[in-house]
Design a binder for this molecule. Structure first.
Ligand SMILES: [Zn+2]
Length: 385
């Protein structure tokens, strides 16, 4: 049982992120873990975050939808959590996977506004107005998780509907995310990493996570000045933010996960790539697909803003230009061959196993999911009772 719970917590850990390219909704972690009527269990439980993420995945029809969690600092020592859960939340805080604040205020709404993300909260709409009244009034932008038959479901704060809607980044958000920022506080988990210089953080060196500046969260604006939400210090402008591109793996018609490319960080996708940061497909493949797809099958690089795909497999891949599923349109990509991934193009590793830009991957399954899947899809994670 304990082992099962830590496995679930690990699975949840893969679905919390402050990376603006990957986060799909914003939550207040302290609030979510106390949604006692979701499961009628303990006063506080970190597993409820998993339940809400699960519901979001069902609603968005995607396998893995990370959430941007804002965390009140008191939660790190909340006695209602198990010691294991507290340890996990502290680790997320240290690694910058969640944003820990002394006073979250309406930071949740600010992040949603800057990044164009929906907010999942049960705080009453009239308690949410303030600096972002229009956000609260927009359909699909602020949704409340409520207990449902098959797990939590969402209801809109205003109007009807239950579908979380993402919008565009606000103009302020787009501007903030075009630069990289540096916090003066040594070891800042949100705006530190690389070139922090000196500081007193030598003892924590092993804990410093290599965070790509491309994935920095949005600063908070205080009187129009970009500020570290954690430390309240004015942030230094460290130059233009490196370019990045988001790609998604679709298996059996369902997007399984998204990943980010930067010019410094190429990504290898395959059955079980050896490379650090490799995208592992093995768990979603049936025996035939697993035999066909190499451990490392394709490599993606970002060069001057273009996505280059190189086949590094034994059996080769194919390109589906403009996402066309017509066999006549399929262009083979032989082993060691490279190609620029044009707009709408999809790389196909095996029938039903495709990689492309998430918004360009056609929805619906051209192949029945069971033909490529090792087992029934676990939409996110099953919670032990
Ligand atoms: Zn800071």
């Amino acid at each position: 049982m304990r082992f099962e719970i830590s496995k679930v917590l690990d699975a949840i850990e893969g679905r919390v992120s402050t990376d603006p390219s990957l986060a799909r909704a914003v939550v207040d972690l302290a609030e979510v873990i106390r949604y006692q009527d979701l499961d009628g269990g303990r006063p506080a439980s970190l597993l409820r975050l998993g339940m809400v993420i699960d519901a979001l995945a069902r609603e968005m029809e995607e396998d893995s939808v990370p959430v941007y969690a804002v965390v009140h600092r008191a939660l790190l020592s909340d006695a209602d959590l198990t010691s294991n859960e507290r340890m996990v939340v502290r680790r997320w805080a240290d690694d910058g996977l969640v944003e820990v604040l002394d006073n979250p205020g309406d930071r949740m709404l600010e992040v949603a506004d800057l990044l164009g993300l929906p907010v999942l909260t049960r705080v009453r709409a009239d308690g949410l107005r303030g600096r972002y009244p229009w956000l609260v009034e927009q359909a699909g932008r602020v949704l409340a998780p409520v207990p449902g038959a098959g797990g939590p479901a969402f209801v809109a704060h205003v109007g009807g509907g239950h579908t979380p809607v993402a919008g565009d980044r606000s103009p302020a958000g787009a501007k903030l995310l075009s630069r990289q920022w540096r916090c003066a506080e040594p070891g800042c988990a949100l705006f530190g990493g690389g070139g922090g210089g000196g500081g007193g953080a030598f003892a924590d060196l092993a804990r410093v996570v290599e965070r790509s500046p491309a994935g920095q969260p949005p600063p908070t604006l205080r009187g129009g000045v970009p500020t570290c939400p954690r430390h309240g210090t004015r942030l230094g402008d460290a130059g233009p933010r490196p370019r990045s591109a988001v790609l998604a793996v679709r298996v059996g018609g369902l997007i399984r996960r998204r990943f980010v490319l930067t010019e410094d960080q190429p990504a290898v996708v395959g059955r079980a790539p050896d490379q650090a940061g490799g995208i592992v497909l093995g768990q979603w493949l049936n025996d035939e697909a697993r035999r066909w797809i190499s451990r490392s099958h394709v490599r993606f690089e970002l060069r001057v803003g273009e996505v280059i795909v190189t086949d590094v497999s034994t059996n080769g891949s194919g390109i589906r230009p403009g996402g066309s599923m017509a066999e006549a349109d399929r262009v083979p990509l032989a082993p060691q061959q490279s190609r620029v991934l044009a707009e709408g193009d999809m790389v196909e590793l095996y029938p039903g196993v495709q990689i492309g830009r998430p918004d360009e991957l056609p929805t619906g399954a051209p192949y029945t999911p069971t033909s490529v899947m090792a087992e029934a899809p676990t939409m996110a994670m099953r919670l032990p009772r």
